[in-house]
Design a protein around this ligand. Structure first.
Ligand code: HEM
Length: 497
């Protein structure tokens, strides 16, 4: 009798929960306009949530072939609209930028107060001022000028020395490059650089790595926050929050040090630019507070290191796999600038093979394949479909760079596709590694400068090759918020010997 009661009880509880979920899903669907983008079939309650765990950029691009440039997904209780291909992305982010430039309030980023920063800021006046401030701070600190170039050059020389020390032996490049790129950002943000074995610096680099990985792995929490109580997700959520607090402490320490030595007539770095803003505005009419400084500082580290370092790691891998093209770039460098000094960024137009190599590396392995999530700020339409306000929107940049309508044999590494008949660099409209529209990457200029200087300095000094008998490297990569190459070994053989 007791057993029957228990079973009945369980059935009743399950039926109740099921009805609740059905009701929730049904009310979710009910809010959709009639002309809502089509969606692939999904599981009851979960929708398409489980279909996107491993290689979301490939799955979404495959669905594009089936459902068209604009389709939707049911992610548990929420709809997400996915925008693919050059035309639809331009329509959304450029032509209808006023409707598609907001950010969704994701559970994970909200928990880490990320909407107080710039990347996840709601689209509106505060974001506009924030962005203007970020751009002017970067200009002030020398982006596009000799001042910053000399900081990057210094890191290039340290990196070259690091590669020299390997003496032609195979080694993994990713972490070494990451340290160099991270030190550029450290100079900009904190006014100092770090030795690679500094334990706090190592911890910060690891935090950036994990943040990018967790952003994808813990994504179901954004749709079902209650999962944070379920083993597995609970660990991820705790780790996410722990990292957030740790990075707050790390930047907090630097802000305190800066306050003690602050001199408005000698602005050393981004933290000083922020302190100056607070002092000049005397607390009124500015959104910059000590809390925002922490967010800006950590966002520059997050957005500015993994992305640039990843692009460089892919570039070296593809060059090692394409020795004939590598030689071409080196001959160009030898002829135009020689090997004694790193070419100034202002001479990049004289180096079309080098430029084309950077562009092709950014195309063939899009660093941020699904960009940063957007969201509609008002009811709108796209490619004939109606989309309600506050719908999360994913921008599939991978689908643009792998689109055979724009790129012949998109899987082939061929930098010459970026050269016109006169050998000059041409950039087709379907090239958008930094996204496009109002939320286009704030660090684009800085990243371009770094990519150029790091790559030229390395190719001037070394021939890159994969070790004899090494297994074919995996070119699929590993996806988090960025698409990383899986760890690979490379040999940097000095060209001077
Ligand atoms: C190769 C290197 C880089 C790539 C591929 C890249 C790519 C991107 C992409 C795809 C976005 C999202 C744009 C959108 O939402 O539509 C973005 C946003 C952003 N990036 Fe980058 N990025 C790079 C380097 C940097 C650097 C060096 C910095 C700063 C120091 C930076 C700072 C930012 C910021 C602050 C945003 C948010 C802009 C906003 O929401 O208004 N990025 N980036």
């Amino acid at each position: 009798m007791e057993f029957v009661d228990l079973t009945t009880g369980l059935v009743l509880v399950c039926s109740f929960l099921l009805s609740l979920l059905c009701l929730r899903t049904w009310t979710g669907h009910r809010g959709r306009p009639v002309k809502f983008p089509p969606s692939p079939p999904g599981l009851p309650f979960l929708g398409n949530l489980l279909s996107l765990t491993r290689e979301p950029h490939l799955q979404l691009t495959a669905w594009r072939r089936q459902y068209g440039d604009v389709f939707s997904l049911r992610m548990g209780p929420q709809d997400v609209v996915v925008v693919n291909g050059c035309a639809a992305i331009k329509e959304a982010l450029v032509m209808k930028g006023a409707h598609f430039s907001d950010r969704p309030a994701l559970f994970l980023t909200e928990a880490a107060s990320a909407s107080k920063g710039l990347i996840m800021a709601k689209y509106g006046n505060k974001w506009k001022s924030f962005r203007r401030f970020g751009l002017s701070a970067l200009r002030h600190l020398g982006v596009g000028k000799e001042k910053l170039e000399s900081i990057i050059r210094h890191e290039c020389m340290v990196l070259v020395k690091c590669f020299e020390d390997k003496d032609g032996r195979p080694f993994q490049v990713s972490r070494i490059i990451q340290i160099a790129v991270c030190n550029v950002i450290a100079s900009i943000v904190l006014g100092r650089r770090f030795e690679p074995d500094d334990p706090d610096f190592k911890e910060e680099i690891e935090r950036v790595d994990r943040t990018f990985q967790l952003f994808l792995d813990a994504q179901p929490l954004n749709f079902y926050p209650a999962l944070r109580h379920v083993p597995g997700f609970r660990g991820m959520f705790r780790e996410w929050m722990k990292m957030y607090h740790k990075s707050g402490q790390w930047y907090g320490k630097f802000i305190e040090e800066h306050k003690e030595t602050f001199d408005p007539s000698n602005i050393r770095d981004l933290i000083d630019v922020c302190l100056l803003e607070i002092e000049q505005k005397n607390g009124s009419e500015t959104f910059v507070t000590e809390v925002t400084i922490r967010h800006i500082a950590s966002e520059f580290f997050d957005a500015g290191t993994e992305t640039t370092a990843t692009t460089l790691s892919w570039a070296l891998l593809y060059l090692a796999l394409n020795p004939a093209w590598q030689r071409k770039v080196q001959e160009e460098l030898d002829t135009v600038v020689g090997s004694n000094e790193i070419p100034p960024y202002s001479r990049r137009e004289e180096l079309p093979f080098t430029e084309a190599t950077i562009l092709e590396s950014q195309r063939i392995r899009t660093t941020v394949p699904l960009s940063v999530p957007h969201c509609t700020s008002s009811p709108t339409s796209l490619q004939g479909y109606d989309i309600p306000a506050r719908t999360q929107v994913w921008v599939n940049l991978w689908s643009v760079h792998m689109d055979p309508a724009y790129w012949s044999h998109p899987d082939t590494f061929d930098p010459s596709r970026f050269l016109d008949d006169n050998g000059r660099v041409k950039v087709p409209e379907a090239f958008m590694p930094f996204s496009t529209g109002r939320r286009i990457c704030l660090g684009e200029q800085l990243a371009k400068m770094e990519l150029f200087l790091f790559l030229t300095s390395l190719l001037q000094q070394f021939n890159f090759k994969l070790p004899e008998g090494a297994p074919e490297p995996d070119l699929a990569g590993e996806i988090g918020a960025t698409l990383l190459p899986r760890p690979y070994n490379i040999q940097a053989i000095s060209r001077k010997k």
